[in-house]
Design a protein around this ligand. Structure first.
Ligand SMILES: Cc1cc2nc3c(=O)[nH]c(=O)nc-3n(C[C@H](O)[C@H](O)[C@H](O)COP(=O)(O)OP(=O)(O)OC[C@H]3O[C@@H](n4cnc5c(N)ncnc54)[C@H](O)[C@@H]3O)c2cc1C
Length: 407
């Protein structure tokens, strides 16, 4: 029996475990906390290949400096002496060109095109939590605000994705939560959404039901290759296997840097909360200018946003939630932004070049899966499928080539 240990029970780790099981591999998943304990819990749950685009683009050069001095801006960088952070941001900003945008988009398009079908495969294989189809309602206060979004969608279409985008005359019919301040709106079809926490829990249950082992409250302190690949736990125990996959999200560097993975991963922390909505929401609402994503969640509206470059385990900063409230309140109606529940912070695993890290490390039999930044939920299942194939067959699909962790 071939055995694998997966470190990290987020969307990416569990999807990889599920696909390894498809190939008959016996999997053990370990997580320092529990299923979906990291970024895979309170995110927006958008399954939007249309929006799975490079995070850095030329608008960074105008938006970035303004954001640094605006306490309500979605982007937040604390002023502190942190060499690692500032060198990461310098490399990240270096990708804020149209040339880099097209290079990154060309690398993302093939996996984007596999992303939704990979969710169907999970549903057919015992993952009971369901995906829901859009439309997504995209709102702006003025025509000029919409131009950048529409231009980006047309560039994405130019790379080969189908982008059904249509102007809406009466957006409030689909999304009564939008206030009259929203003067320009589009509907984006062909996308889906999920309730991410319940979905990843359901994926964890499917891995268990298929004979996998899930050990929570167990921290990996090292991954090595002695006579075989193995994971050293904080208890001192070593789990040996034929393959090890490190899928620890924003915590990736501590385990994979010693294995030759030099691409930095930094936490780009985002926040979310839910509010009651009257009537209950039916469709996701996206406010690109405010960088706010709203999703129906358990009959409430989940509101998610911000990009805060702090360390992954720092405490939730209430000021970031307030910034989101300040940004959203003029654009939403029928929701009480003061009666918030489920306030949450999670750490997106961000790479400077906007590409994930998926593939072999320098240690034989040890692989990495992560670094998806804004898009680890939508890309998690396709990532798990392609990486499991590589581990089992030894052949890397061309889709994964740009994501080489040793680049
Ligand atoms: C506000 C917000 C909104 C977002 N919206 C979307 C969206 O709409 N669509 C989308 O596709 N993506 C979205 N994302 C991004 C997405 O959430 C992440 O890309 C994705 O969850 C990353 O999954 P992961 O499995 O790589 O990491 P995580 O979910 O963070 O999982 C990593 C796991 O590793 C465990 N771990 C860490 N270190 C160790 C260790 N040493 N030993 C054992 N276990 C360890 C952690 O406990 C954790 O459970 C959003 C993120 C945020 C913050």
């Amino acid at each position: 029996m071939v055995r694998a240990v997966v470190v990290g029970a987020g969307m990416v780790g569990l999807a990889t475990a599920w696909h390894l099981q498809e190939h008959g591999v016996q999997v053990t998943v370990v997580d320092r906390t529990g299923v979906a304990a990291g970024s895979s819990w309170g995110n927006a749950g958008y399954l939007t290949p249309a929006k799975t685009t490079p995070l850095a683009d030329p608008s960074l050069w105008t938006y970035g400096p303004r954001a640094l001095v605006d306490p309500d801006a979605a982007l937040h960088v604390p002023f502190r002496f942190d060499l690692r952070l500032w060198s990461f941001l310098a490399r990240f900003a270096g990708h804020g060109t149209m040339r880099a945008w097209h290079r990154t988009m060309a690398a993302l398009t093939p996996i984007n095109q596999l992303a939704l079908a990979a969710f169907d495969e999970l549903s057919d294989g015992g993952v009971h939590s369901r995906t829901r189809t859009g439309p997504f309602v995209v709102g702006f206060t003025a025509e000029r605000e919409a131009e950048g979004f529409v231009a980006e969608m047309s560039r994405v279409a130019g790379h080969g994705q189908d982008i059904p985008l249509e102007r809406l005359d009466h957006p409030q019919t689909l999304a009564p939560q939008l206030s009259g301040a929203v003067q320009v709106a589009y509907r984006l079809d062909g996308q889906r959404f999920i309730e991410p926490g319940p979905f990843v829990e359901s994926l964890g249950e499917a891995v268990l039901a298929r004979g996998g082992d899930l050990r929570t409250g167990v921290r990996a302190v090292a991954v090595d290759h002695q006579s075989s690949p193995g994971v050293v736990l904080d208890s001192g125990e070593r789990l040996a296997a034929d393959s090890v996959v490190v899928a620890t999200g924003a915590w990736l560097p501590e385990l994979v840097r010693p294995l030759g993975v030099r691409v930095p991963v930094h936490a780009g922390r985002g926040y979310s909360f839910t509010v009651a909505s009257q009537p209950p929401p039916q469709h996701p609402i996206y406010l690109p200018t405010q960088r706010i994503a709203c999703t129906p969640y358990q009959d409430r509206l989940r509101i998610a946003g911000t990009m805060e470059f702090r360390r992954p385990d720092e405490a939730l900063q209430p000021r970031r939630i307030q910034a989101m409230v300040n940004q959203a309140q003029a654009l939403l109606t029928g929701v009480d932004l003061e009666q918030r529940q489920d306030e949450w912070v999670g750490a997106r695993p961000v790479t400077p070049d906007g590409l994930p890290l998926v593939g072999a490390t320098r240690a034989p039999g040890v692989y990495v899966a992560g670094g998806h930044g804004m898009w680890g939920i939508v890309l998690g299942p396709a990532t798990g499928k392609l990486l499991a194939e590589q581990i089992v067959t030894g052949r890397r699909d061309a889709v994964l080539a740009p994501f080489d962790p040793l680049r």
